[in-house]
Design a protein around this ligand. Structure first.
Ligand code: ARG
Length: 580
């Protein structure tokens, strides 16, 4: 059991023995300053206030009951009734030793695993993936990995935009450019963006083509086989493109996770009918709408969600309702996380409110829009090419790898070409992902090559380098891993600081799995790497005067740090390196 958990249990029972109502939380925290000890119990004051007794007296009653002889060197009451705990080195040492012996690094599997639907990436297949889909893809994927690591059942849902009027135009263009034989065999569109441009140009300049495109929309919606075949071929080609980006990005989404808007086509009509029947949707100027008083504006006007247009067409919200109903009833979700741009926040609120009102989603199902801000260029303006076009993801990622290759060439010219390619790949992609993940997602975010590729600060290169340094320590020692039976000792202050941080790994993952804020894990890893550097500078490992047990302890500590950093980075979707 983790040290904190153990102290929590003991404190809980000391609270009870001191006569404190179980309702009062003990509030055990790591302390920010060494003069307050390593941990603090802060819950006594609130309990004393409610019981109208002196908090310092209550604290001393708790202290009398608190059995921490085997864990703490010293317990003291401070200020109005805090209890400061100074941990014993032996307790930290044995906690670190057992963490090192655990393949799961002391991170317990959750006792109540949930089925979590994670809605992320979700590009629109009519066009190539662009930077607008980067954040959702990266952050959502990290969350899937973290939840799975902790033992939840994660169901990835890639709600791709594979339906809508723009497909009429694209189908008409396919029809124009490819023979039936080619279409039967399956087409590949090497440049989706160019294809889209051609179709659009055709549509704008050729009235006959535009008519054909419009007819294709009608045919598609009425289920015409030939039209559906063309549509399917296009979707396949476009999905292949998205998947090639996922591979480049080291993102876990597969074909099996693709559940596009079109998958819900059959559900839309009955869904709308049900909303009408339940008296939730009403006619308004020909359209069917749901008025949501709970989302009213300041003047008290209800928020209005359109679920069917006057011409019978369905909308983005209708499909999202169908998807949510499917996730609740068929996927049996306990929790749904949507990684979508903050600009869609009203849309999400409306969908959640309607689904709850319709009774498709029960009280206990958590629905969260994990919103994120816009990606800006280094100049603080929306991220565009110089000519004002959206930046293609494929190009951006290639540039990342190229820039990393130049950097590696500079820093380590001895690497052979194959090694350099591998390092450039991991550093370049890792830098793009980490730069995004390390910022609080709710803010807008500035994309800046120089800062993301820097070897200083909270960046991927810095952390990847920290990992390789530990590998090189082991190479120098002629070892592959830490000696199996090594007992970790905690003597030097730098060792203590490092172990205190290692102990927090499980807690941080727990916190991130609740908050869906991966930057908290990044901040932790950065802190850990900094403490390792401090340890490494102050605590010699391989020097000849270091006695054997101490050398083994320090190697074990280095190895544990390496595994923790590496696991943390992998949970963020970033692969590590042994050298760079
Ligand atoms: N395809 C949408 C877009 O590009 C994002 C879909 C997000 N997921 C959802 N369930 N609405 O804006």
């Amino acid at each position: 059991m983790a040290l904190k958990q153990l102290i929590e249990q003991r404190t809980q029972s000391a609270f009870e023995k001191a006569g404190i109502e179980p309702a009062f939380p003990i509030r055990l925290q790591w302390s920010g300053k060494p003069e307050f000890g390593d941990m603090q119990i802060n819950g006594v004051m609130a309990a004393a206030k409610a019981a109208r007794c002196n908090p310092r007296e209550l604290a001393s009653q708790v202290l009398e009951q608190l059995e921490l002889d085997d864990i703490a060197d010293k317990l003291e009451i401070a200020g109005p009734g805090f209890i400061n705990i100074h941990l014993a080195s032996s307790a930290l040492a044995s906690a670190a030793t057992s963490m090192a012996a655990d393949p799961h690094l002391g991170v317990p599997k959750t006792t109540e695993p949930q089925s979590v639907v994670v809605d992320y990436s979700a590009p629109n297949l009519a066009k190539e993936m662009h930077v607008g889909h980067l954040r959702s893809t990266i952050i959502g994927d990290a969350m899937c990995r973290i939840l799975e690591f902790r033992g939840d059942r994660v169901i990835r849902q890639n709600h791709i935009g594979d339906w809508g009027t723009q497909f009429g135009m694209l189908i008409a263009e396919l029809d124009e450019q490819f023979s039936q034989q080619e279409i039967d065999q399956g087409i590949s569109l090497s440049d989706l963006e160019a294809f889209y441009r051609q179709a659009k140009q055709h549509f704008d300049q050729d009235a006959d083509f535009a008519d054909r495109a419009r007819r294709k929309v009608v045919e598609l919606q009425s289920g015409d086989t030939q039209c559906l075949l063309l549509w399917q071929r296009f979707i396949e080609a476009s999905l292949e493109h998205a998947e090639s980006i996922y591979r480049k990005l080291n993102v876990t989404l597969t074909r099996a996770d693709a559940m596009g808007e079109s998958a819900y086509n059959e559900d839309l009509q009955p869904l709308v009918a049900e909303l009408v029947e339940k008296g939730i949707a009403e006619r308004d100027q020909g359209a069917l709408v749901v008025k949501l008083q709970e989302l009213a504006d300041k003047e008290g006007n209800a928020s209005v969600a359109i679920i069917q247009k006057a011409d019978g067409g369905y909308l983005y919200a209708t499909t999202d309702l169908a998807a949510l109903r499917y996730r609740a009833s068929r996927l049996k979700a306990d929790r749904c996380l949507y990684f979508i741009d903050a600009r869609q926040s009203l849309h999400m609120k409306q969908v959640f409110a309607i689904a709850r009102r319709a009774g498709w989603v029960g009280e206990q199902l958590e629905l969260t829009h994990c919103a994120f801000g816009t990606m800006m260029g280094a100049d603080g303006k929306p991220f565009k090419t110089r000519s004002g076009e959206t930046i293609k993801l494929a190009q951006l990622l290639d540039e990342a790898v190229q820039r990393a290759a130049d950097l590696v060439q500079q820093k380590n010219p001895e690497l052979d070409a194959q090694q350099r390619d591998l390092v450039a790949q991991r550093v370049g992609i890792g830098a793009v992902k980490y730069a995004d993940l390390s910022k609080a997602r709710t803010n807008d975010y500035r994309f800046n090559w120089d800062s993301m590729l820097s070897f200083e600060g909270n960046t991927a290169p810095y952390l990847l380098y920290a990992v390789t340094r530990i590998h090189s320590l082991f190479r120098k020692a002629g070892l592959l891993a830490a000696p199996a039976e090594a007992q970790i000792q905690v003597e030097h202050q730098a060792e203590k600081d490092l172990v205190l941080c290692l102990e927090r790994f499980a807690e941080v993952l727990d916190q991130v799995s609740q908050s869906a804020m991966p930057h908290e894990l990044c901040a932790y890893l950065y802190d850990l790497a900094g403490r390792f550097t401090n340890f490494y500078e102050n605590c010699p490992v391989l020097r000849s005067d270091v006695p054997q047990p101490q050398r083994e302890s320090r190697l074990a500590l280095a190895d544990l740090t390496r595994r923790t950093l590496q696991t943390g980075l992998e949970l963020l979707g970033i692969d590590c390196l042994e050298f760079m």
